[in-house]
Ligand binder design. Structure first.
Ligand code: CS2
Length: 495
């Protein structure tokens, strides 16, 4: 964390200091003491604090005081350590090019570090006033084989949670403990709102949870299937990790130290299926869209934004370009991403307007003030590729539609898993699922062998990765071109 320049003259952001902040800083205008918890959030990263927590701050400002947030981290204590001494306040900074606006958010009432006090989190989830649990625990937090949508039953944390239901580690352990306690106490059933970038996130979460519960209590598993609402959700806002420079600049603008601000782009979207049997805050008044079917929006976002992000992150890792904006500033790479979007468009529902969304993405990816790092997006890529790139690719290929750029995107991910970049720098891979798998040595093996081995990576390709020889041949050709001609050469060949 960055220490403020003059610690004595820069007080810490706090309730007592709100009135003294510079005039242009927006701050909670509601009585925080009157707010009661209605939501528990699991996974308190920057994204939650720049998205759902901002919507809820609006709702509290409109007088819906029953929807305060108790936020939990399932692992790290960083966020709690930073914002608890600030009365749980933090700054939300919206940044577009040169322009910037700052707003202090007050919707988080308490932060829990689950491993320090599992009982406190179970108690919060079991509080009868709480009706909604939102989640941003990233793809790997679901402990699932996403290609086949099943629980990783042998994962040590899943085993731990089955053996120690009163001090769990995973979302499944916590949610099951709370659902059991609420059922026994006659509290209203929870509504679960997965805000992670997974297809069918609500039903997938519910199925995994029931699969987990069934291992110890078949009756509870039935109760989950029959009673728990888990609407599908699409969330959209680019929120890079906060840097030390961000902290210093925001502390300067506030004239008060904020140890944990968040920085995001102005764009946002929150599309949710209308399945809230026990109520919800009126987030639509802040622009959330309540719809009957999220899938068309979810496909558009996962396949266009996230798919392109994963391809750009791979280019960054291989070529040494650090940020999305850096990659996007190269005309050749931008033309490649344009071709990618053009090819993926037929794999979207006719209900959504792909070209308009893409026009927005071009602006968003070019935003130089965000500094969204390739290495951040490349983390856990093996958990992201199936829904972002492989799913549309398989659909396009089966329908005989053009897919050269999408094959190349998949091959780029494979190439980005090699030991070295094109300049010979070591590539660090932050992807536990990938690191636990026996990856081929890309410098020692011919293209056919590298691709054949990748296709056996079941958590990405499913059990029948190499079942279609034509698909294998197309992927091998794309990968060969990358290894022989480099990223620039391979892209030039398809443009
Ligand atoms: C990104 C997402 O890190 C990643 O994998 O693709 O976090 C992306 O920025 C968000 O989904 C945008 O809504």
């Amino acid at each position: 964390m960055t220490a403020p320049k003059n610690p004595q003259t820069r007080p810490r952001l706090s309730m007592a200091g709100l009135a003294a902040l510079p005039e242009d800083i927006i701050r909670p205008a509601y009585d925080r003491a009157a707010v009661t918890p209605g939501i528990v959030h699991l996974g308190i990263g920057a994204f939650h604090r720049a998205h759902q927590a901002v919507f809820i701050d609006d709702c509290l400002g409109r007088g819906e005081t029953g929807w305060g947030i108790i936020a939990a981290s399932l692992r790290s204590r960083d966020t709690r350590d930073a914002i608890a001494p600030q009365d749980q306040l933090y700054t939300y900074c919206e940044r577009n090019g040169e322009s910037e606006s700052l707003r202090v958010i007050g919707s988080i009432l308490e932060t829990i570090v689950a491993p320090e006090d599992p009982a406190r989190l179970i108690a919060a989830l079991s509080d009868p006033r709480v009706r909604i649990v939102t989640l941003t625990v990233t793809e790997k937090g679901y402990l699932a084989n996403l290609a086949e949508r099943r629980l990783l039953s042998d994962h040590p944390d899943i085993r731990h949670d089955l053996e120690h239901p009163d001090r769990p580690k995973t979302i499944h352990g916590y949610l099951t403990a709370a659902i059991r306690a609420r059922r026994a106490a006659g509290a209203v059933p929870l509504t679960l709102l997965s805000c992670d970038n997974l297809p069918s996130n609500g039903p997938v979460l519910k199925a995994l949870l029931a699969e987990f519960a069934a291992k110890s209590d078949a009756d509870l598993a039935d109760y989950i299937r029959e009673t728990i609402a888990a609407p599908c959700v699409m969330v959209d806002r680019i929120v890079p990790a906060t840097t030390d420079e961000d902290r210093a600049a925001i502390t300067g603008a506030l004239q008060a130290e904020d140890a944990w601000p968040v920085v995001a782009e102005p764009y946002f979207r929150w599309v949710i299926e209308d399945e809230f049997p026990h109520g919800r805050p009126a987030i639509e008044l802040s622009g959330a869209e309540i719809v009957t079917d999220v899938e068309p929006y979810e496909h558009m976002k996962l396949r266009m934004l996230n798919g392109a992000h994963t391809a750009i992150a791979a280019i960054g890792q291989i070529t040494g370009l650090a940020t999305v904006a850096d990659v996007f500033a190269e005309p050749r790479f931008r033309r490649f991403i344009d071709r990618y979007w053009q090819e993926v468009d037929p794999a979207l529902s006719p209900q959504v307007d792909g070209p308009t969304y893409v026009a927005g993405l071009r602006q968003r990816f070019a935003n130089p003030s965000l500094k969204h790092k390739a290495v951040q997006i490349a983390s856990d890529a093996s958990q992201k590729v199936p829904q972002r790139i492989l799913a549309p690719l398989r659909e396009l290929f089966a329908a005989g539609k053009p897919s050269d750029a999408v094959f190349l995107a998949l091959a780029l991910w494979i190439r980005s898993c090699a030991a070295h970049s094109e300049a010979g720098e070591a590539i660090t891979i932050h992807d536990p699922a990938f690191n636990a798998w026996e990856a081929p040595d890309q410098t020692a093996l011919p293209a056919e062998a590298v691709v054949a081995q990748f296709l056996t990576f079941e958590r990405v390709f499913g059990p029948e990765g190499a079942a279609d020889p034509a698909f294998t041949a197309a992927l091998t050709a794309a990968y060969r071109s990358l290894s022989e001609d480099g990223v620039a050469g391979a892209i030039d060949r398809i443009l």
